[in-house]
Design a protein around this ligand. Structure first.
Ligand code: UD1
Length: 361
């Protein structure tokens, strides 16, 4: 019985890697398919390498494009791979276009689907990821959730309770495994920073960076905060293109190229605060106990607010600056991690899948 895992974009790698390693440790035959949605070395190769993943068995080389082009490109190429290899199960993770495309192909070929990080909902269909999450979940046979809100969302949407498994967070499995080596690299040193004395910024969502007025608002807020706290900002390629188009000055915010998994994890762990529009970083900061300011109006990860260290600041520059000031004036409080964010989620997923494989034999 062959299991096929699909990866494509940066946030997929740290979710799929623990499950891939766990299944390999249990002797399961697997193939790893890389769609090529992300293709720069800094967005892909370095993650596979640092997460100790093998070279993908298949590389679809789809690259960038409109949503339809990218999704259709993955579908056309991945269908051929499924027909050739006849996997018993396809594993997809998260909410990127490669996730949706992989799930659509498998569903049409009647191949069962396992979705890692199921059930998250922002209730904002202007986000492409929200469409990807909803469709992928409704096509999946095994829905592995990271937090109980995911179970509630799926049940409200009529998904059968028997397919939903609250297993915790695979991204935190990767974090637990690699935090030691990430800290040993002391990535803040090369940037002239000191632990606890800098902020770390990421921004890449279309709603945040594609609209020049919105990008300008973030620039304004971040430059203001950087008057009081050094800010380092590894810039995603999408954001870099938009910044280059405006040609505006971001000083004193320190812009750097995208970082690998270990350097980013190390920087995040010792940041005084993280300012982001990312979903995964809200979770990683929660697990690390680092204050996070989410520069969005919604989050699909409510446990990061109720249990964790996350604050939803919205997108107005004034609110972002105000929230940053509040965070910097308050001592960070120790928090416990959300239930099952214990580094063992991949083991729970493998238990469910192995029991299913036994029944199918
Ligand atoms: C995608 C995901 C998003 C995820 C993000 C993480 C979708 C709909 N979006 O957004 O959920 O949070 O990945 O990074 O799947 N580019 C490069 N090199 C690369 C990849 C992209 O230069 O290796 C540039 C290209 O100009 C491309 C643009 O970045 O057009 C956007 O890439 P794309 O994969 O379309 O979406 P992301 O913004 O990365």
């Amino acid at each position: 019985m062959l299991i096929c895992s699909v990866v494509g974009a940066r946030p997929n790698f740290m979710k799929v890697a623990p499950v891939y390693h766990e299944l390999r440790g249990r002797g399961v035959t697997q193939i790893l398919v890389h769609t090529g949605q992300h293709y720069d070395a800094t967005m892909s190769d370095i993650f596979l390498h640092e997460l100790q993943m093998p070279r993908p068995d298949v590389f679809l080389g789809v690259g960038s494009g409109s949503h339809a082009e990218q999704t259709a490109g993955v579908m056309t190429a991945f269908e051929r791979i499924c027909l050739e290899h006849q996997p018993a199960l396809v594993i997809v993770a998260g909410d990127v276009n490669s996730t949706l495309a992989g799930a659509l192909v498998a569903a049409k070929l009647q191949i069962p689907i396992a979705h890692i990080e199921s059930g998250l909902r922002s209730f904002d269909r202007a986000m492409p990821e929200e469409i990807n999450r909803i469709v992928t979940d409704h096509l999946s046979d095994f829905l592995f959730t990271t937090e109980s809100s995911g179970n509630e969302n799926l049940l409200k949407e009529g998904i059968s309770p028997g397919s939903i498994h609250l297993v915790g967070n695979c991204m935190i499995d990767s974090l637990c495994k690699h935090i030691g080596s990430a800290l040993a690299r002391a990535p803040w040193q090369a940037l002239g920073l000191h632990p606890g004395e800098y902020g770390l910024v990421t921004l890449h969502r279309p709603a945040a960076v594609d609209n020049p007025a919105s990008l300008e608002g973030f620039r304004h807020a971040l430059r203001e905060i950087a008057q009081h706290l050094s800010l380092v900002f590894p810039v995603h390629p999408r954001t870099r293109q938009r910044m280059d188009a405006t040609g505006l000055d971001w000083q004193p915010v320190h812009l750097v190229a995208p970082l690998g998994y270990l350097d980013f994890l190390g920087l995040m762990a010792k940041a005084r605060v993280v300012l982001t529009d990312s979903g995964g970083i809200q979770e990683e900061t929660t697990a690390l106990g680092v204050d996070c300011i989410t520069m969005r109006d919604t989050t699909e990860r409510p446990v990061t607010i109720t249990v964790g260290t996350n604050r939803l600041a919205g997108t107005s520059p004034r609110e972002i600056v105000k929230t940053a000031r509040e965070v910097l004036e308050t001592s960070p409080e120790p928090k416990s991690a959300p239930p099952l964010w214990d580094g063992m989620s991949a083991g729970r997923i493998a238990d469910v899948l192995q029991a299913w494989m036994e029944r199918r034999r």
